[in-house]
Design a protein around this ligand. Structure first.
Ligand code: GDP
Ligand code: K
Ligand code: MG
Length: 299
């Protein structure tokens, strides 16, 4: 007898910076969602689709649910995160060892109303050096969070990943695949290209600038003579000063970001890429609903 096919959605939720996107990329075995040491790197909901002969898991990566921040973009991100709570089959609630913050507690409280099973993923256990510190931490989580199963994991060490997919699979309904088997995401290539550039901004800039920056792909075309992709990316910032910082001394910073972004694009498109980066000031894009929508921030 053949095993029946299972398919469904697994939302990855939690506060910013616990490693949600890193974990999703590791579970998929490929990089779809951008990551950095800064909170609010992930701004949009994005599906990462994993298809096997007998199942399909659609991971839904989300912006971290965060407290505070009253701009349009903060509201947009919290909406995107919250919308993942409904219409899914299982919720992966991610926290990072050895912490449990006020924001973690706020997410835990929201999840108490969830009508699907919650799997608590305790990520970054590589940070716990002494084994004896683990037990009291897990016990505290047991008191503070209502969950079905708890799995300690480390995205860095790739430990616990098999167990995650096994526990997710056990909770998925029997049904045919939701997406065609060669789909890896619900997002367009253009979206992924813009995100690659934004990742380099998040990673290379100081505290303030990246939150005032976004990226739009102006050109994405094949150059048949050279057999390569021509890509123009426009970096939008909110102030003249930010533009200077993004460009850097003698253009050094933007050149380095372009170099790194191009490498990721080559890996993704499996072809040569000619990338040009431009920077433009567009005031208040992050607190202007219409500007946000025109930049692709639509729910
Ligand atoms: P998100 O905001 O929850 O999506 O978090 P990210 O995936 O962007 O990761 C936030 C930071 O945590 C990045 O600097 C990651 O490299 C780091 N990180 C992710 N997983 C691990 C892990 O297992 N161990 C450690 N030590 N760091 C991790
Ligand atoms: K992050
Ligand atoms: Mg993320």
């Amino acid at each position: 007898m053949t095993t029946p096919f299972k398919a469904g959605f697994a939302a990855v939720v939690g506060r910013p910076n616990v490693g949600k996107s890193t974990l999703m990329n590791e579970l998929l075995g490929q990089k779809l969602s951008i990551t950095s040491a800064k909170p609010q790197t992930t701004r949009h909901r994005i599906h990462g689709i994993f298809t096997a002969p007998d199942h399909q898991i659609v991971y839904v990566d989300t912006p971290g649910l965060h407290l505070g921040g009253d701009k349009s973009i903060n509201r947009y991100m919290n909406r995107a995160a919250r919308s993942a709570f409904s219409g899914v089959d299982v919720i992966l609630f991610v926290v990072e060892a050895p912490k449990f913050t006020r924001e973690d507690r706020a997410v835990a409280q929201q999840l108490e109303q969830a009508d699907v099973p919650v799997i608590l993923l305790v990520n970054k256990i590589d940070k716990i050096k002494r084994k004896a510190d683990m037990m009291p931490y897990l016990q505290m989580l047991g008191q503070a969070v209502k969950f079905d199963t708890l799995i300690p994991v480390s995205a860095y060490r790739k430990s616990g990943l098999d167990l995650i997919s096994k526990e997710v699979l056990a909770r998925l309904p029997e049904q045919p695949a939701i997406f065609p088997e060669d789909y890896i995401t619900d997002r367009s290539t253009k979206f992924l290209l813009a995100e690659i550039v934004r990742e380099k901004l998040m990673r290379s800039l100081g505290e303030e600038v990246p939150y005032g920056a976004t990226v739009a792909i102006e050109q994405f075309e094949m150059d048949p003579e050279q057999d390569r992709w021509l890509i123009n990316a426009l970096i939008l910032v909110e102030r003249e000063g930010q533009k200077r910082i993004v460009i850097g001394d003698k253009g050094e910073r933007i050149k380095e970001m372009g170099r790194q972004a191009r490498m990721d694009m080559v890996a993704m498109l499996e072809k040569r890429v000619h990338l040009e980066l431009w920077v433009k000031v567009k005031q208040n894009w992050s607190d202007d609903d219409r500007a946000l929508a025109s930049l692709g921030y639509t729910d």
